[in-house]
Design a protein around this ligand. Structure first.
Ligand SMILES: [Cu+2]
Length: 353
């Protein structure tokens, strides 16, 4: 061995020791998993599990809607009153705001290293405030609040690995089950001034009433500091219930995350969604409120998300994850006359074992 070869070999050995030490060190401090090993919490089915691994997650999601949009233009309440509904009549009940609270319980199981099974159930609460006008549309009769709550639709999916290593990718195939009610009733203030129990508008129902096919593709790469990922998702109803189904929904999202330390990462995300109009209609959902019209559903919107992922690394809280995300609409082009979507908040807890 020449002197130069000896030096080269020593350098290689030192390098090898340094690298293995570095990795051992990283493994040790991040034994609870990397915080950026999961996507921003609003993204579902972003990661897979190893064979025999379980994960439970709880997500709380709050969404608000306030004011009215026609496409992407603001519409005042008085303008909404004179909107033609296409049948010669105009609106007499105008939605003012809506709040949705969702409690989502998720379950993941690594069937093997290439297939992860995922299930989700959720509990939903919806509140909507409306203003009722008289038959002439000249005087406000009053304001009323409507409330619905109960279990929403459930889903089961399988995530199938396509690639693993420098770039991870998988597809997801699943089905949404109609466990949520579509015959919820509310008490509404009518233009006559009387209160009447009616079937709640489509957007106040808890479920879709239909079996839906769920398809997805996710790609992600984890790097030392900056990691990224992207997901495309498609949902389409397979049948109709009570004479209608929601329009097909296509969602695309991409994110970049930054690892702040072994416990904490932050990310920004773009989210685009395109949803079709409701197909068909429920003959029991009638009235002169834009939310009772199937043409006033669906549309396009773009949202910007900022998020934090936290994972415990100390003995007592190792592997326990907490995450938060704020999703703010930056552009909306909705079908017909609809309430404007506001910022959503998502809080979550996850644990795998
Ligand atoms: Cu998981």
């Amino acid at each position: 061995m020449t002197f130069l070869n000896k030096i080269a070999l020593s350098i290689l050995i030192v390098k090898f020791i340094l690298i293995t030490n570095l990795y051992a060190h990283e493994d040790k401090i991040m034994s609870g998993g990397r915080p950026d090993g999961h996507a921003p919490i609003g993204v579902m089915g972003d990661h897979m599990h190893k064979k025999g691994e379980y994960m439970m997650s709880y997500r709380y999601m709050r969404m608000n809607m306030d004011g009215l949009l026609d496409g992407s233009d603001n519409v005042t309440e008085s303008a909404a009153l004179s909107y033609s509904r296409g049948d010669g009549t105009t609106h007499r009940v105008i939605p003012e705001s809506m709040e949705m609270d969702m409690h989502m319980l998720g379950f993941m199981y690594g069937y093997n290293d290439n297939i992860t099974l995922m299930g989700m159930v959720n509990f939903i609460e919806k509140d909507m405030t409306n203003h009722t006008y008289n038959m002439m549309g000249t005087t406000k009769v009053g304001k009323f609040s409507a409330h619905t709550s109960g279990f929403g639709d459930s889903s089961i999916s399988s995530l199938i690995k396509l690639s693993n290593g420098k770039i991870n990718s998988h597809i997801s195939v699943g089905i949404s089950l109609p466990t949520g009610s579509t015959s919820e009733e509310i008490t509404a203030l009518m233009p006559s001034g009387a209160y009447k129990v009616i079937r709640a508008p489509y957007g106040m129902q808890l479920g879709s009433g239909t079996y839906d096919v769920l398809l997805g593709y996710t790609i992600s790469q984890t790097n030392k500091k900056f990691s990224w990922g992207a997901q495309i998702k498609y949902k389409s109803a397979l049948d109709k219930h009570n004479g209608w189904h929601f329009g097909d929904k296509l969602e695309a999202t991409s994110w970049v995350s930054y690892l702040l330390n072994e416990k904490l990462s932050t990310a920004i995300r773009m989210h685009a969604v395109n949803e079709g109009r409701i197909d068909g209609h429920d003959i029991l959902i009638t009235g002169r409120n834009p939310t009772q019209e199937t043409s006033n559903y669906g549309g396009r919107s773009y949202n910007l998300g900022i998020s934090l992922n936290m994972v415990g690394q100390n003995e007592k809280i190792r592997g326990h994850r907490i995450a938060i995300e704020l999703l703010k609409p930056i552009s909306q082009n909705l079908n017909g006359l609809q309430m404007e979507k506001g910022t959503s908040l998502i809080l979550a807890y996850q644990k795998a074992w």
